[in-house]
Design a protein around this ligand. Sequence first.
Ligand SMILES: C[C@@](CO)(OP(=O)(O)O)[C@H](O)COP(=O)(O)OP(=O)(O)OC[C@H]1O[C@@H](n2ccc(N)nc2=O)[C@H](O)[C@@H]1O
Ligand SMILES: Nc1ncnc2c1ncn2[C@@H]1O[C@H](COP(=O)(O)OP(=O)(O)O)[C@@H](O)[C@H]1O
Length: 290
Amino acid sequence: MKEQKYWLSPAKLNLFLYITGRRTDGYHNLQTLFQFVDYCDTLCFQTRDDDQICLMTEFVGVKQEDNLIIKATQLLLRYINQHNLLLPPHYGVDITVDKKLPMGGGLGGGSSNAATTLLALNQLWNLSLTTQQLMAIGSQIGADVPIFIYGHSAFAQGIGDQLTPIDIVEKWYLVVKPNVDISTVDIFTHPQLKRDTVTRNLTELLQLPFKNDCEPTVRLLYPQIDRLIKLLSNKAPTRLTGTGSCLYCECDSELHAQQLQQFLKMMTQKSENITSFIAKSCNDSPVFKH
Ligand SMILES: C[C@@](CO)(OP(=O)(O)O)[C@H](O)COP(=O)(O)OP(=O)(O)OC[C@H]1O[C@@H](n2ccc(N)nc2=O)[C@H](O)[C@@H]1O
Ligand SMILES: Nc1ncnc2c1ncn2[C@@H]1O[C@H](COP(=O)(O)OP(=O)(O)O)[C@@H](O)[C@H]1O
């Protein structure tokens, strides 16, 4: 009998993001505050009668072999092999994705899809791997993957992988996707990026106004983003998430977010292709609600 299970794959926001230095391998040391939002992709895992793993959904501009879902399954299979773990007799699976999260938007959608895949296959294949083991596998895919496996709001340090859990007030946000795709590498390699913010402790960071060190560089490179931040900041605190391109406006209520969404529509042209969604942040990842 074929088994079918749906798993959510949420977005994250970087409520603050400071770059405190550059390592010799080119990666940057960060201090960032991660919180999830209840706006998610949905992944469906359906068992097969063979040993094939098939990604059934096409992603525009992403080759199958580059898809982080496929990378996650390959790394998991390698780990299983290396540790002589048992797989079910027919472990094949069809993976279908209902993609809602904009790609390359700083919402971590790709990393979240990879994390959801690791969590789902761990359960489907009865592997009983611990969160720590799954996070270690996930960190080989990208710096953002471990937080999505961890599944709770966290203060992250190192390259974003040393996590301290924290409960943050859950708020309504308007998340805006400008018509710009930003490559994380392009921002982290930009000569003007601020990479010398002093390292502070969490208590101090929580008392200061939240900022994102990537924002000045992104605003310089993308005038549309600069204009949108100026426009929306008049109505609600607005910041960039990760390396962008998405912005999020902190709202007092769902109604405030809806009004701001109307304001955005009124003040921008359809031809600018700016999209937005309303979401509530949450300390516990929706990945565990299924
Ligand atoms: C900046 C952040 C903040 O949450 O988010 P995004 O804007 O990408 O969502 C993340 O740290 C991104 O994590 P992720 O997208 O997984 O990055 P990776 O694939 O590991 O790295 C992509 C590239 O970004 C740079 N990079 C990434 C993380 C980091 N701490 N320092 C870096 O310098 C490196 O040049 C690396 O080659
Ligand atoms: N399953 C996936 N979902 C989204 N993007 C993916 C996926 N697999 C690979 N990618 C690639 O990873 C890039 C970064 O994706 P994403 O995590 O959504 O953005 P960001 O790192 O800016 O938060 C995308 O532009 C895309 O080329």
